[in-house]
Design a protein around this ligand. Sequence first.
Ligand code: GTB
Length: 217
Amino acid sequence: MTITITAFERSPDGGKGLARDTRVRWALEEVGQAYEVRLVSFRAMKEPAHLGLHPFGQIPTYEEGDLVLFETGAIVFHIAERHAGLLPDDANARARAITWMFAALNTVEPPILDLATARVLEGDKPWTRERLPLVEGRIRNRLGQLSARLGNAGWLDAAFSAGDLMMVSVLLRLKPSGILGEFSKLAAYVARGEARPAYQRAFAAQLAINAGKPSAG
Ligand code: GTB
């Protein structure tokens, strides 16, 4: 059955791979599933046709036959459950990998998103100068805890899993800030994720769409 995902017609990052379709592409590449991409503009995302797929008018969405999904956590979990390669066979190891997916989305990503909001959407507010150190402090706290847990291991729980895919995807958003570089173990962990051939293919595919296009702002 054909898998179709949606992505920005023009990603605001100009192809740095930070928009969330990249993590879905990565998951599909890891399990060897071909997919098609439908590009949507910011305007089209808020129109009825797309809202029928995604109630919040965002990307990415995932269509496979009659199934329509939104939310990257649900999409990556669906891919990982249906195809071998992203979740271990052992039941407990599988549960731990899923736990790391939730940890990435619910515990590590929120402060990172706060930083993007503070810098991009609230950058001109008079209180942003005072707020930024607080937001950055919360990120450093989380990264310190995550780094302590990862230690010198290659991945969060033995073999690479959907938990690592999600955690690396979340941490990648921090790279431009320089904060990731303060945590050498995590920076190396992210680099290991980026070095995976499946990630490279996913990154190249989104770059091919966005390279040379002016940013959507
Ligand atoms: N929780 C949802 C999920 O995980 O699927 C969040 C989906 C989401 O935030 N989608 C964003 C979107 O559609 C694109 S990824 N935004 C348009 C809108 O809400 O109107 C977020 C994103 C956007 C741009 C960059 N960038 O340029 O660096 C990075 C990440």
